[in-house]
Design a protein around this ligand. Structure first.
Ligand code: GAR
Length: 218
């Protein structure tokens, strides 16, 4: 089967982008990364993508000010010109309009650094620590017009430790992000993740006997 043509949208360092690019090198991976697009000129991830031999593009959002759709029309033209079939948001710090989201209905996924539907929005690790939750994590989900919502493809969890800082927790969650994003793209690109009644179902095996319990009492 032909590989799905994927664009990754970034705004920053692009570590999730790198995880996707690395995974897509596998011969049996059902997607190829054909374009990395940033809304911020000079985003660190752009250089990493170029080094990996991937075409990059920058469409700065700033000059468009409040006219979000004008920015997105340019984005959309670029995606269409590259025959993109799936879009991965990877630290793309830009709210998308319902118009743009509709163009990619069921074909755009995002990674969020929290176990949704908890901690939508920004500063997820700070807020999780302030609440004293004992388990935290990351989510890959299909994008819908409502921010940080949409059918969940995959989640990964980590224990929150008493001495965690936002940085140490973020680093542990990022490790999980780099595992679940490539696996999620594999599921979606291979057609193994389907939308049914507003939820995402997959052929992937669950592991019903594995439990993450935190803290562990010795
Ligand atoms: C990641 O932690 C991602 O989950 C988060 O931004 C970071 C980007 O890092 N995304 C959001 O907060 C979106 N709401 P990266 O550029 O190294 O992949």
């Amino acid at each position: 089967m032909a590989k799905r043509r994927v664009a990754i949208l970034i705004s920053g360092r692009g570590s999730n982008m790198t995880a996707l690019i690395e995974a897509a090198k596998a011969q049996d991976f059902p997607a190829e990364i054909v374009l990395v697009l940033s809304n911020i000129a000079g985003a660190a991830g752009l250089a990493k993508a170029s080094e990996a031999g991937i075409e990059t593009a920058t469409i700065e959002s700033k000059p468009f000010g409040k006219d979000r759709e004008a920015f997105e029309r340019k984005l959309q033209d670029t995606l269409v010109a590259h025959n993109i079939e799936l879009v991965c948001l990877a630290g793309f710090l830009r709210l998308l309009t319902p118009w743009f989201v509709r163009q990619w209905d069921g074909r755009m996924i995002n990674i969020h650094p929290a176990l949704l539907p908890s901690y939508k929005g920004l500063h997820t690790h700070e807020r999780a620590l302030a609440d004293g939750v004992k388990i935290h994590g990351a989510t890959v989900h299909f994008v819908v017009p409502e921010m940080d919502s949409g059918p969940i493809v995959m989640q990964g969890a980590v224990a929150v430790l008493d001495n965690d800082t936002p940085d140490t927790l973020a680093a542990r969650v990022l490790g999980v992000e780099h595992r679940i994003y490539p696996d999620s793209l594999r599921l979606v690109a291979s057609g193994n993740a389907r939308l049914a009644n507003g939820r995402c179902v997959t052929d992937a095996k669950g592991s019903p006997d594995d439990a993450l319990i935190s803290p562990e009492v010795i």
